[in-house]
Design a protein around this ligand. Structure first.
Ligand code: ACO
Length: 401
């Protein structure tokens, strides 16, 4: 039965599913997620194994092209990325126009969109080769933009990367190298960042990924679609939660560390406060990424010799929530972002850059989903609505209103 026959036979009946809680928007072969059992797999590989054994670039290749790369495929992939890592000098002027106080997510989203003007060919993706080139350009230039956003914020001169380093190591150097000083990448930090980026790399049809797909479905180019995805990720109910979690934990600490008081606020329906980093649309058992991250936070802080009192507050809140009827009944568990901010903090990344780090990790997932959508020739995304407004009314002239 085709859709127009179905519409005619249902007399315009429309499914209303606020927040798309149970509506599939596509068929996808990228990420498998079972929220009841806490299972997450990229292209069939478990998140636990990938986070433990793979490099972020291998995972990016896997997500985008469907298979783990061979050594030579990986070498070529990275060589192609390195050859595109220049960002037009004119882009620096655009960055210059932002106030130093601008939120880095706004800066990164704008600069990703601005990249189109300097790479107009990236919009043409009719052939696989054109599509590959657009993908490589973005994987190459996006970390530069993210690093520039941080350097602008911290008043450091802008720089390009060091192509002798690995992808993740290069990100760190681009972000943290001070002028006239050497920067040796700390392997503990690089390994922690590698893991965090992998854990964030894809998560099927979440808010930002659905945004990337729906914008891309109009055949707006890859960069425009990703720029829109970055804006979607910015919100505190989505990627912005990692910043919100740290701000919340700091607030609790400054307020004397009384976690019970904040548990009560979170449960009070008259109070808009929510326990940030708790709950998930799909995971109703536990978020497997949160388990890995919690362990990693302990390791990173231990290895770097960092003592962070807000880690204790986080653990206290988690323990209380796991024993609390309100949270248990609603199946609210810590999500990936409950502990990620603590690690980013230990790595020296400023709080308002946390969501940018998330975007950096999510980039290959967004690209993979966009590519799948284009290759499958998905139709333009266009949900319906149930109209609940006024019925037909006659226009009243201004003087008669
Ligand atoms: N604190 C207190 N109560 C909560 C929380 C929370 N963090 N999350 C959900 N609830 C309650 C709701 O008030 C609601 O209660 P009710 O049934 O009595 O009305 C119930 O749990 C269900 O919550 P919904 O908002 O309907 O669940 P939804 O699936 O729409 O939202 C979301 C999921 C947005 C993640 C939500 O749990 C939330 O706001 N969490 C805090 C923000 C956060 O951590 N976001 C990151 C998500 S992960 C990511 O994007 C990477």
């Amino acid at each position: 039965i085709d859709i127009s026959t179905l519409r005619a036979s249902t007399k315009g009946l429309i499914t209303l599913d606020r927040g798309f809680k149970n509506t599939g928007s596509c068929e996808s072969g990228i990420t498998f997620l079972n929220g009841e059992e806490g299972i997450l797999r990229y292209r069939g590989y478990s998140i636990e194994e990938l986070a433990d054994k793979a490099s972020f670039l291998e995972v990016a290749y896997l997500l985008i092209f469907g298979e783990l790369p061979t050594k030579s495929e990986l070498d070529k992939f990275y060589a192609d990325i390195k050859s595109e890592s220049n960002v037009d000098e004119e882009m620096k002027k655009i960055l210059d126009g932002f106030p130093k106080s601008a939120h880095p997510m706004g800066v990164v989203s704008s600069l990703t969109s601005a990249l189109i003007a300097f790479n107009p060919s990236s919009v043409n993706v009719d052939s696989k080769e054109e599509m590959y080139n657009a993908i490589i350009k973005l994987l190459a230039k996006f970390p530069v933009i993210c690093a520039w956003a941080l350097r602008k914020r911290t008043g450091q001169p802008l720089d390009y990367g060091d192509n002798n380093l690995g992808y993740v190591e290069n990100v760190l150097k681009m972000m943290f190298k001070k002028p006239n000083q050497d920067y040796d990448v700390d392997p503990v930090i690089a390994s922690a960042l590698n893991k965090l980026l992998i854990l964030h790399a894809d998560h099927e049809q979440n808010c930002s990924t659905s945004t990337v797909r729906i914008v891309g479905s109009s055949h707006a180019g890859l960069f425009a679609s990703i720029s829109a995805g970055i804006s979607a990720l910015w919100g505190p109910l989505h990627g912005g939660a990692n910043q919100a979690v740290i701000e919340m934990l700091e607030g609790i600490k400054e307020d004397g560390g009384d976690t019970k008081k904040y548990m009560a606020k979170a449960k009070d329906k008259e109070d808009p406060f929510r326990l940030m980093g708790f709950g998930h649309r799909v995971y109703k058992n536990f978020d497997p990424r949160a388990k890995i991250i919690k362990k990693s936070a302990d390791e990173v802080l231990g290895n770097l010799g960092v003592e962070d009192p807000i880690l204790d507050i986080a653990k206290g809140l988690e323990k209380e929530a796991l024993e609390d009827d309100y949270f248990v009944k609603r199946k609210l568990y810590p999500n990936v972002d409950f502990y990620s901010g603590i690690i980013y903090r230990a790595l020296g990344i400023p709080t308002d850059m946390f969501t940018v780090m998330f975007a950096l990790g999510r980039l290959p997932g967004w690209i993979a989903q966009w590519r799948e959508m284009r290759l499958k020739k998905e139709p333009i995304g266009r949900p319906r609505q149930v109209y609940v407004g006024e019925n037909h009314r006659s226009f009243k002239e201004l003087d008669n209103r």
